[in-house]
Design a protein around this ligand. Structure first.
Ligand code: NDP
Length: 446
């Protein structure tokens, strides 16, 4: 057995991947929560599964040259991390954001392996993107970039190999430009990307899936505690795809949404964000591509510049913006203010200290890999529909999504419950790990 302790393993991981702090953080969270399980099931340690599962099968990095509207040449860096294909083709989003680097994409790809395993669908784990910033760019510039990005990526992906989707900075517009370029280069119409528009192979409920799924997961956690969302005060961070549809579902289930944010600040509306105000946010963010501050100007409510929403008193918090947006201090404030449930729409929004505080205070804490798995799950359903050349109705897809979220909740309860308290982090990590690790062992040393 190569590693006797977690520390030995993590030291080796850090020396193999120097400076990749987000990746170290994501691996630490998983290994820490499954270590006791591994010690009871030493065959995984004997076959060195930890080192194998933390080493991506393939990492692609490439130059993305394109021309801006002034005719100048710009250069970005493109990535695709094909992390693990033990249970299906690589699957995971593309992120376009100036902060993107290899560490962030490896953390996201690693999380994706376990998330995809939890969905019960045959999906491997991958992630990709670029340090390109779509903010402030014209449609023409975004198209030039997407076409150049896909010109290289198209050599490496395919509907049975690797099927990317959207993430931060990649929505319907970007997926459209990339799909068009893939089709042009490969001369094939296949489900090579998910998050497509309905007219050309998309699935109903895909745009809603991550946000809805995150709220379904919160509702399951509450139900398990004889409670519900009805009448609860909910704060949400972010105002993009996940945040918008999380808000829509909270409103539908009788909760009161109090906040949205973006990278410039937070709005707080004590009266509650109703359907009409949400429609304003959707138009502002998706069509006008404006800033959330404009909400406070229109509805005359508080705006906190450069601030996140965690100081606002609530029953439930849904972090739906980005990684490491809740630290220990934020977690303390949330708990002090009476928050009983945190369901992560974003990936790794809570840091390790915050998670420890939530767990030790017996907060219902749904980690991203479980709570936000609805997005990739409906991407999987989009792939099924593409393969079968048919479309399911809105109701059919939504029912399947609800069942998948229930199933994920059930797996977390099965593997994470001790003395009536469910540690969803542990439950999600062990359940996600077993399926992938067993598949890797079945397939030999590859
Ligand atoms: P969007 O690009 O649609 O929205 C992202 C939102 O988060 C925007 O409001 C953005 O503000 C804000 N944000 C981004 N980066 C930061 C930052 N560094 N600090 C503060 N705010 C920030 O992305 P999505 O809604 O798709 O993704 C949100 C999260 O959900 C991500 O963690 C993503 O990985 C995760 N996720 C998404 C899935 C999906 O299906 N889309 C699936 C599963 C997880 P601004 O406009 O100012 O940048």
């Amino acid at each position: 057995m190569k590693y006797q302790t977690i520390d030995q393993f993590l030291e080796n991981l850090k020396s193999r991947n120097p400076g990749e702090i987000e990746f170290h953080q994501a691996v630490y969270e998983v290994v820490d929560s499954i270590w006791d399980f591994l010690k009871d099931n030493t065959h995984y340690l004997h076959s060195n599964i930890l080192e194998r599962i933390t080493e991506p099968e393939r990492v692609l990095m490439f130059r993305v040259p394109w021309r801006n509207d002034n005719g100048d040449v710009e250069i970005n860096r493109g990535y695709r991390v094909e992390f693990n294909s033990a249970i299906g083709p690589y699957k995971g989003g593309l992120r376009f954001h100036p902060s993107v680097n290899l560490s962030i994409l490896k953390f996201l790809g690693f999380e994706q392996i376990f998330k995809n395993s939890l969905t019960t669908l045959p999906l491997g784990g991958g992630k990709g993107g670029s340090n390109f910033d779509p903010k402030g760019k014209s449609d023409n510039e975004v198209m030039s970039f997407c076409q150049s990005f896909m010109t290289e990526l198209s050599r490496h992906i395919g509907s049975d190999t690797d099927v990317p989707a959207g993430d931060i900075g990649v929505g319907g517009r970007e997926i459209g430009y990339m799909f068009g370029q893939y089709k042009r280069i490969r001369n094939e119409f296949t489900g090579v990307l998910t998050g497509k528009a309905l007219n050309w192979g998309g699935s109903l409920i895909r745009p809603e899936a991550t946000g809805y799924g995150c709220v379904y997961f919160a509702e399951e956690m509450l139900k398990n505690n004889n409670d519900s969302l009805d009448g609860k005060k909910v704060i949400i961070s972010g105002s993009g795809n996940v945040a918008q549809y999380a808000a829509e579902k909270v409103i539908e289930l009788g909760g009161k949404v109090l906040s949205f944010s973006d990278s410039s600040g937070t709005i707080y509306d004590p009266e509650g964000i109703n359907k009409e105000k949400l429609a304003f946010v959707m138009n502002l963010k998706n069509i006008q591509r404006g800033r959330i501050k404009e909400y406070s100007d229109k509805y005359n409510c508080e705006y906190y510049e450069n601030s996140r929403p965690w100081h606002i008193k609530c029953d439930i918090a849904l972090p739906c913006a980005t990684q490491n947006e809740i630290n220990e201090k934020d977690a303390k404030t949330l708990i002090k203010n009476g928050c009983i449930c945190v369901s992560e729409g974003a990936n790794m929004p809570s840091d390790a200290d915050a998670i420890n505080l939530f767990l030790s205070n017996k907060i219902l804490f749904g980690p991203g890999k479980a709570a936000n798995a609805g997005g990739v799950a409906v991407s999987g359903l989009e792939m099924s529909q593409n393969k079968m050349f048919l479309n399911w109705s809105r109701n059919e897809v939504d029912t399947k999504l609800q069942n998948i979220m229930k199933n994920i909740h059930g797996q977390c309860v099965e593997y994470g419950t001790n003395k009536k308290f469910t540690n969803y982090v542990k439950g999600a990590n062990i359940a996600g790990f077993i399926k992938v690790a067993d598949s890797m062992l079945d397939q030999g040393v590859v």
